[in-house]
Design a protein around this ligand. Structure first.
Ligand code: DX5
Ligand code: ZN
Length: 216
């Protein structure tokens, strides 16, 4: 069984993004995960539109943007222009999630919604028709290199059941603390996309780490 591995650039060497993207381009990873943080929704600030535009010039791979920001609607068009292929907003930051997801789709991006560890998957029951990706945060968002929260397994199983009950086909992505120990179980339970920052970029061979995370 093989899944999409999406290395998170948050753990890359920002002083040498050209080399980091050359490595990602040569790797088996079909997606690249970009964490955009505003310092309000999460207690950290990462990078925004100008840096994403620069990254866009370094790769033709799928750019999976994870927006950890208040007022996500304000950034849909700017992120599209910067080169995002998929845009995942936080459930907790959206007043009108159904409308926000429709706007993301209207811009031609894959529409995703992320849930913090404390948010139950059942809040998405009435929006499953509009969602193309659900990202389960397996750490509290804001920083790379944190430990995987074990209760994510149960949330993943419940979400997989909701997906099959709704005859839906959205991607299920797991983000935070993904490593070689938990990846096989996450794949087995039905995750489609594994985000990995530290496990890829701190590995002796990041390309080998991508391969190992993707399959048994
Ligand atoms: C956390 C970010 C993650 C993070 C993952 O807020 O959303 O994407 O970069 O990093 P690791 O895999 O190191 O936990
Ligand atoms: Zn992320």
């Amino acid at each position: 069984m093989s899944v999409v591995v999406a290395p998170s650039v948050l753990s890359a060497d920002f002083s040498d993004l050209k080399s980091e993207f050359a490595m990602l381009n040569a790797s088996d990873a079909p997606w690249i995960h970009l964490d955009v943080m505003d310092g309000v929704f999460v207690p950290n600030i990462s990078f925004g539109m100008p840096v994403i535009s620069a990254m866009r010039r370094l790769t033709s791979k799928y750019l999976d943007v994870h927006l950890m920001s208040v007022k996500p609607d304000d950034y849909i068009l700017p992120l599209k222009k910067a080169g995002a292929d998929g845009l995942t907003v936080h459930y907790e930051a959206c007043l009108h999630l159904d409308r926000t997801l429709a706007q993301i789709r209207a811009e031609g991006m894959r529409a995703g919604v992320a849930l913090n560890p404390a948010t139950p998957v059942e809040v998405l029951l009435d929006v499953l028709h509009a969602v193309e990706l659900v990202c389960l945060m397996s750490v509290n968002p804001g920083f790379g290199g944190q430990s995987f929260l074990e209760r994510t397994y149960d949330k993943l199983s419940r979400l997989v059941k909701m997906r099959s009950d709704a005859k839906s086909s959205f991607f299920i992505e797991i983000d935070g603390g993904v490593n070689f120990d938990n990846a096989p179980r996450l794949r087995g339970l039905g995750a489609d996309v594994l985000v990995a920052g530290n496990t890829v970029f701190a590995a002796p061979s990041p390309m080998e780490a991508v391969r190992k995370l993707a399959r048994d």
